[in-house]
Design a protein around this ligand. Structure first.
Ligand SMILES: Nc1ncnc2c1ncn2[C@@H]1O[C@H](COP(=O)(O)OP(=O)(O)O)[C@@H](O)[C@H]1O
Ligand SMILES: [Mg+2]
Length: 160
């Protein structure tokens, strides 16, 4: 059994958040699920852009909040499933979009506004909560249960 893993990181510019996403990407494995939580403008999408850069997605300009389409897929070294649950009313709608194929498939998944659809998340996921602490300052809190979360979170704090 592995206990909860936690790390708190801070960034002081949008570029630093993108760079953090790039570092995070290199620690991810197929099946990893990132639950992104934080208000509008927190930096959830920028973090996913960094992940896309880290996984060598051809055109990271494609990375935008999938608010209307609900899910974007980016092809890189691993496939990235990028969800935005902002407009969803329940976890049931995530199942309708096919989130299980994404979560339990070959790629990694990132869900913006994951707290709105927490019932669809696999038991083992990495919670990434972003708090706006200043105009360009963000507190980014990582937490998770299980071996995968521990490995990612421990390595992320070690490589800072
Ligand atoms: N340290 C920071 N990290 C991330 N974004 C920041 C930071 N400082 C300022 N920003 C700004 O906050 C906004 C974050 O946008 P976005 O990633 O789309 O947020 P979200 O997807 O959480 O709504 C951008 O306009 C970005 O320039
Ligand atoms: Mg967004």
């Amino acid at each position: 059994m592995s206990a909860d893993a936690k790390a708190v990181l801070t960034t002081h510019s949008p570029e630093e958040t993108v760079a953090l996403g790039k570092r995070l990407a290199l620690l991810l494995s197929p099946g990893d699920v990132l639950a992104l939580i934080g208000p509008l403008g927190a930096g959830k999408t920028l973090l996913v852009k960094g992940i896309a850069l880290g996984l060598a997605v051809d055109d990271p300009r494609e990375v935008t909040s999938p608010t209307f389409v609900l899910m974007n897929i980016y092809e890189g070294k691993m496939r990235i499933h990028h969800f935005d649950a902002y407009r969803l009313k329940s976890a049931g709608q995530m199942f309708e979009i096919g989130c299980e194929d994404a979560f339990y498939g070959d790629g990694v998944s990132a869900i913006e506004w994951a707290d709105r659809v927490s019932d669809c998340l696999p038991a083992e996921h990495i919670r990434v909560e972003i708090e706006i602490t200043g105009k360009a300052d963000r507190k980014i809190m990582f937490a998770g249960t299980g071996q995968r979360a521990r490995s990612v979170i421990d390595n992320l704090s070690a490589s800072q």
